[in-house]
Design a protein around this ligand. Structure first.
Ligand SMILES: *[C@@H]1O[C@H](CO)[C@@H](O)[C@H](O)[C@H]1NC(C)=O
Ligand SMILES: *[C@@H]1O[C@H](CO)[C@@H](O)[C@H](O)[C@H]1NC(C)=O
Ligand SMILES: *[C@@H]1O[C@H](CO)[C@@H](O)[C@H](O)[C@H]1NC(C)=O
Ligand SMILES: *[C@@H]1O[C@H](CO)[C@@H](O)[C@H](O)[C@H]1NC(C)=O
Ligand SMILES: *[C@@H]1O[C@H](CO)[C@@H](O)[C@H](O)[C@H]1NC(C)=O
Ligand SMILES: *[C@@H]1O[C@H](CO)[C@@H](O)[C@H](O)[C@H]1NC(C)=O
Ligand SMILES: *[C@@H]1O[C@H](CO)[C@@H](O)[C@H](O)[C@H]1NC(C)=O
Length: 190
């Protein structure tokens, strides 16, 4: 920290979100922590450690729908289903933050209806709070929590398009266990 100040540069950091807490007792605990802060160039690493989950980018108004389905100009990240078993097949998905002023909302397909959602750089002073996002998820998807396989394969196709792009920030980050290349959030917004 001191060195970075002296040199006048900043180093990017990695913030880990564990995916797959004890969702039997509390489905809303699938993401731990549910909310993180990350600066420009930082990586948020979703670490799939238990059970069968996704991390899929969405929007505040539609927590359980992939963002590209509600906003044609967006191209969000989607891990697709990662079955970690009982800690036997751990994988991760790194996401690089390019604009810390924009909240990144995300959900898990299998627990979204029960509150399995989270956010990066949530502004709790605005009306778009984490609690509000969770309430939206339960309110809008609380009774129907499955989606069609058509929706999933469309999502996967879009994600792969995103992966063809890269940057020096994401190039610098390589995780041995990762099955999916880093995704660039710059492409997700206007
Ligand atoms: C998860 O929670 C359930 C219900 O509280 C409990 O029965 C189970 O042992 C817990 N599993 C783990 C791995 O902690
Ligand atoms: C992911 O979780 C596993 C199991 O807890 C742990 O061994 C591993 O170090 C974690 N990966 C990262 C990058 O934190
Ligand atoms: C993961 O969950 C999805 C949706 O519930 C399901 O279609 C898929 O078969 C599951 N994968 C495994 C390996 O259980
Ligand atoms: C998961 O693994 C832990 C540690 O090995 C074990 O205690 C637990 O019973 C396992 N749970 C299931 C559902 O297999
Ligand atoms: C984020 O907002 C702050 C304050 O308005 C501004 O100084 C900064 O340049 C913004 N960062 C980006 C990446 O847009
Ligand atoms: C958070 O939201 C409040 C209220 O809308 C706004 O005044 C403030 O600038 C926002 N902060 C950031 C970092 O965007
Ligand atoms: C949530 O509900 C909407 C509208 O019914 C549906 O399109 C979407 O697939 C649902 N999301 C999940 C994760 O089931």
């Amino acid at each position: 920290m001191v060195l970075s100040v002296l040199l006048g540069v900043t180093f990017s950091k990695t913030v880990v979100i564990t995916v797959g807490g004890n969702t039997t007792s509390n489905p809303g605990l699938v993401f731990s922590p549910e909310s993180v802060v990350a600066n420009q160039g930082d990586t948020v690493l979703f670490n799939f450690t238990q059970g069968n989950h996704t991390v899929t980018q969405s929007s505040f108004a539609s927590p359980c729908i992939p963002i590209h389905e509600t906003d044609g100009t967006a191209n969000g990240f989607d891990s697709s289903f990662r079955d970690a078993g009982n800690g036997t097949a751990i994988t991760n998905l790194p996401v690089t933050v390019t604009d810390p002023n924009m909240t990144i909302w995300f959900f898990d397909y299998n627990t979204c209806a029960l509150g399995g959602v989270g956010g990066i750089n949530v502004n709790e002073s605005s009306y778009q709070t984490l609690q509000g996002f969770q309430r939206n998820a339960v309110r809008l998807n609380g009774t129907a929590k499955t989606s069609t396989s058509t929706t999933r394969s469309q999502t996967r196709t879009t994600t792969q398009t995103t992966q063809t792009h890269s940057s020096s920030a994401t190039q610098a980050i390589r995780w041995g266990g990762s099955a999916v290349a880093p995704l660039l959030l710059a492409l997700l917004v206007l």
